[in-house]
Design a protein around this ligand. Structure first.
Ligand SMILES: Cc1ncc(C[n+]2csc(CCOP(=O)(O)OP(=O)(O)O)c2C)c(N)n1
Length: 632
């Protein structure tokens, strides 16, 4: 680990206001090196953080961010901010169990206003803060830092529209690096590219710089600014029509790696009591050649090694992931039926759809970070005769709830297939990213079919089956590698509507597992069998509709344990409990799943341990159910 003499001595970010420009450059370098060293061990969002060091330093020089509120969009670019605000000593624990989180966290520091992790929320939050400051006559500044990817999300436009109309004193910093995780897509992104290249913008920028320079001589009173400067600028800034039309005063684009220029601009913007947007141009992965060359891979980097000659060596991955398995199946389906099309909301690599896009370019749609739109778009495609498959992380599906209800499920015979990747516990990204609510928020929507595979082969079979259904289908599957080989391979290709699969028959108790929990249930059964207990194991396959026949047979054993990596409230076990209760079926039911709390960050294996999802914990729970059943 490199030495960090400045960072290690820093007691408060206020101290950097008196740093010389040489010290600021040295501090930026220490931050860069600390992040590279740490993320090479822990993994994390490296490229975006490397691109935002200078802006973060300038913001801390100009604002008092304990009172002025800095709202990062998504929050994945908060590492330099963490290093400056008391978390340098703990930085090596980044994203580790009991360590500091990878996203802003008010429980860690007063400098973090909100927990976040999902995109396109920062401007709305900032408008809320700005309005509250005005209502309480507080002089603080609300600042949203949003990327060119996230600003394409609908909520950002809603917030700009609101703030531009209400005139709240919100500062939006558009961090434009021309990348989301992959390349930023969409017409708005093209507009930003034009804005960066437009000679008119450059001229306006020069004019603006002259005005700023004169400002101290003219007297920098707010009244003067309001009356003269803004009107003058509005008149000339033709090139930034969109922001101006939305009621924002647009400034930029400026070099987002020039601390001095950023600082000057921010100092002056501080004096404008109106909606304002500063457009900065940065380079993702700046200062670390591997990340700058391949910002997509280093967006959310897995641990890597830097060898003796300074080269970066990726740690080899082993096994086949659920995501890769899904894409293979998707391509098979697409070959067989030309109506099959695939959609992603800005996650072509994460969902694996990128591979599909290479082979089926005309049948792939990246709609940007616009999950709500992606659902309604899929609904339109389905109604007009196509077979849309929307690959999306479970946690981001939450953004499309009403659209599933209103634009898909309620429409007669609308077969959209939702492939919910990263369902369950995702690990180091923590509470904003665990996909543990999808069964609950989809189960009560009429017409929905919900499935989850026990392994890779079943995932393929379920996708094929889903395309034959009439209405919407959601298939949830976990992060990580498939479990193929661990489970009996009877006939997973044969999926029948609302039919489960018996993995093992038994007479004392039945484990009914959903999705990836089948593997743990089978291992738990092996442990129980060693103790002379006769255990049945069912792979539920469907959370909606349930396999009622299987559940009746399970109840006949007297004790049933449901297992899911999802919250208990409203999940698979709840559905089973409702079925038994509604049909007056007597048995002892124990539901294993996640408690009613936001689940912290840790490795998936550690979380399984903590929340009782290991084979040992399942076996222990089953034993306690049996002992209660005996004493009753
Ligand atoms: C609602 C939602 N969808 C998707 C994501 C996944 N995601 C995290 S960061 C990111 C890209 C953000 O791009 P940009 O705003 O340009 O920031 P940059 O990383 O380029 O600085 C995406 C798609 C998310 N966090 N939230």
């Amino acid at each position: 680990m490199a030495e960090s003499p400045l960072l290690s001595q820093l007691k408060s970010p206020d101290e950097i206001r008196s740093f010389s420009s040489e010290q600021m450059l040295a501090l930026a370098e220490e931050i860069r090196q600390t992040m590279i060293d740490t993320v090479s061990v822990t993994g994390g969002h490296l490229a975006s953080n490397l691109g935002i060091i200078e802006l973060t330093l300038a913001l801390h020089r100009v604002f008092n961010l304990r009172e002025d509120r800095l709202l990062f969009d998504v929050g994945h670019q908060c590492y330099p901010h963490k290093l400056l605000t008391g978390r340098f000593e703990k930085f090596s624990t980044l994203r580790q169990k009991d360590g500091i989180t990878g996203f802003p966290n008010p429980r860690e520091s007063d400098y973090d206003p909100l927990i976040c992790g999902h995109a396109s929320t920062s401007i709305s939050s900032a408008v809320g803060y700005a309005t509250a400051f005005r209502l309480q006559s507080l002089p603080h500044q609300a600042i949203a830092v949003v990327g060119d990817g996230a600003i394409g999300g609908g909520m950002c436009f809603e917030a700009l529209n609101h703030a531009g109309h209400s005139g709240e004193n919100v500062l939006v910093i558009l961090n434009d690096n021309d990348m989301a995780i992959s390349e930023t897509v969409g017409a708005f992104s093209t507009y930003l590219t034009d804005l960066r290249a437009n000679p008119m913008t450059q001229r306006v920028r020069e004019e603006m710089m002259k005005l700023w320079e004169k400002l101290p001589l003219l007297g920098s009173s707010l009244a003067w600014l309001q009356e003269h400067l803004l009107d003058a600028l509005k008149g000339v800034i033709e090139s930034s029509q969109i922001f101006n039309a939305l009621g924002f005063n647009y400034f930029g684009p400026i070099d987002g790696h020039d601390i001095g220029a950023l600082e000057r601009e921010l100092q002056n913007l501080k004096m404008i009591n109106a909606p304002k947007i500063l457009h900065i141009v940065t380079s993702k992965g700046n200062g670390f050649y591997a990340a700058a060359k391949d910002p997509e891979t280093y967006h959310s980097a897995v641990p890597f090694q830097i060898n003796g000659s300074g080269e970066v060596v990726a740690r080899p991955s082993s096994g086949k992931s659920y995501t890769e398995t899904f894409v293979d199946a998707l391509q098979e389906c697409a070959k067989a039926d030309e109506k099959v099309v695939a959609i992603t909301a800005a996650m072509p690599s994460g969902t694996g759809i990128k591979t599909f896009a290479e082979n089926f370019p005309g049948r792939f749609f990246d709609v940007g970070i616009c999950e709500a739109h992606s659902v309604t778009f899929a609904g339109g495609l389905a109604k007009a005769g196509m077979k849309p498959i929307l690959a999306i992380y479970s946690t981001f599906m939450q953004r499309g709830y009403d659209q599933i209800f209103h634009d898909v499920a309620i429409q007669p015979d609308t077969n959209v297939v939702f492939m919910l990747d990263r369902a369950g516990l995702v690990g180091a990204d923590g509470p904003t990213h665990h996909g543990v609510f999808d069964i609950a928020f989809l189960r009560h929507i009429p017409e929905m079919t919900l499935m989850s595979p026990r392994d890779g082969r079943e995932l393929c079979a379920m996708l094929k089956f889903a395309l034959t259904c009439k209405g919407p289908v959601a298939i949830r599957y976990p992060r990580g590698n498939v479990h193929d080989g661990e489970l009996p391979q009877d006939n997973p290709e044969k999926i029948e509507y609302a039919k489960s699969e018996w993995l093992k028959k038994g007479t004392d108790l039945t484990l009914v597992a959903y999705g990836r929990m089948c593997a743990a249930a089978m291992q738990a059964a092996e442990l129980l069998i060693k103790d002379g207990i006769s255990i049945g194991v069912a792979n539920a396959r469907f959370a909606k509709p349930l396999d009622e026949e299987m559940l009746k047979i399970a109840a006949n054993t007297g004790s049933v344990v449901t297992i899911e990596d999802h919250v208990l409230a409203g999940g698979f076990g709840s559905a089973v409990s409702e079925f038994y209760s509604d049909n007056n079926i007597q048995c002892t039911l124990k539901r294993i799943g996640l408690p009613d709390k936001f689940i912290e960050h840790a490795s998936p294996a550690q979380l399984d341990e903590i929340y009782g999802l290991t084979p040992e914990a399942i076996a222990a729970a089953a034993k306690s159910v049996l002992s209660k059943a005996v004493t009753q």
